[in-house]
Design a protein around this ligand. Structure first.
Ligand code: SF4
Length: 228
């Protein structure tokens, strides 16, 4: 079945229980996700930029490099030479682009919040999201990852795994729109930051373990009996 995004919205408005149903199944399968790994909001925000277009294993290597050189610090990142920063994050791929994106974020924190990331993250969700989306190189998925996991705010993160799984269950078309899928979940889930954090993680787990881009392991997947 192929549904366009507008049809998806109509369908889900008839059944707002879909997000909670998916969450219940996956929570019972995976338990607490523990996602996002990170010792501080800054580490999570840096990881959200580094994970763009790469696997987490590569991000971890880049973060470990930053940690081992004592660079997970706003002021040190601000003062770091761009090429030095690029060398440290090289394992995450696209390191020249990502070093500039990190610098863009850090410059906003320094220039507008005197180097205090918490001063930025403690604003209300709409303000934080708008500020982040105004930074060159930070799109919706990255901004919402920072809002949800670094700032503990109710921003549901939508990614390619989420879209793929919904598409394969006839709930979103290939022309999926980020905001529509996000609203579907934000309207259907309880207002719990742990639910938001875990459900995004579960979609990533299912997408990596069972619902691969070229192969579906439905018989082993926790969502195998969940069909609409
Ligand atoms: S692997 Fe199959 S059951 Fe699992 S999410 Fe993908 S389509 Fe659904």
């Amino acid at each position: 079945m192929s549904l366009n995004t507008r049809q998806t919205l109509r369908k889900t408005s008839l059944n707002d229980s879909i997000p909670s149903e998916i969450y219940a199944i996956l929570a019972s399968h995976y338990g607490a996700s523990g996602w996002w790994p990170g010792d501080s909001p800054l580490e999570i925000a840096v990881g959200a930029i580094l994970t763009q277009n790469t696997a987490w294993v590569n991000v971890k290597k880049a973060i470990d490099n930053l940690k081992s050189y004592g660079m997970l610090d706003v002021e040190k990142l601000f003062l770091a030479d761009l090429s030095e920063l690029a060398a440290l994050i090289r394992p995450s791929g696209y390191y020249n682009v990502k070093s500039r994106r990190l610098k863009n974020l850090i410059s906003v924190i320094m220039d507008r919040y005197a180097g205090d990331l918490d001063a930025l993250l403690s604003r209300d969700l709409d303000q934080v999201r708008t500020i982040l989306l105004g930074i060159n190189g930070i799109g919706k998925e990255t901004a919402d990852s920072i809002c949800c996991y670094a700032a503990d705010k109710l921003a549901f993160v939508v990614d390619a795994y989420t879209a793929r799984i919904l598409q394969r269950h006839g709930l979103a078309d290939i022309r999926w729109v980020y905001d529509d899928i996000q609203s579907m979940f934000q309207q259907g889930l309880p207002p719990s930051i742990e639910v938001y954090k875990d459900l995004h993680a579960y979609f990533v787990f299912v997408g990596k373990e069972f619902c691969l881009s070229k192969r579906m392991l439905c018989l082993e997947c926790p969502l195998r009996d969940w069909m609409h």
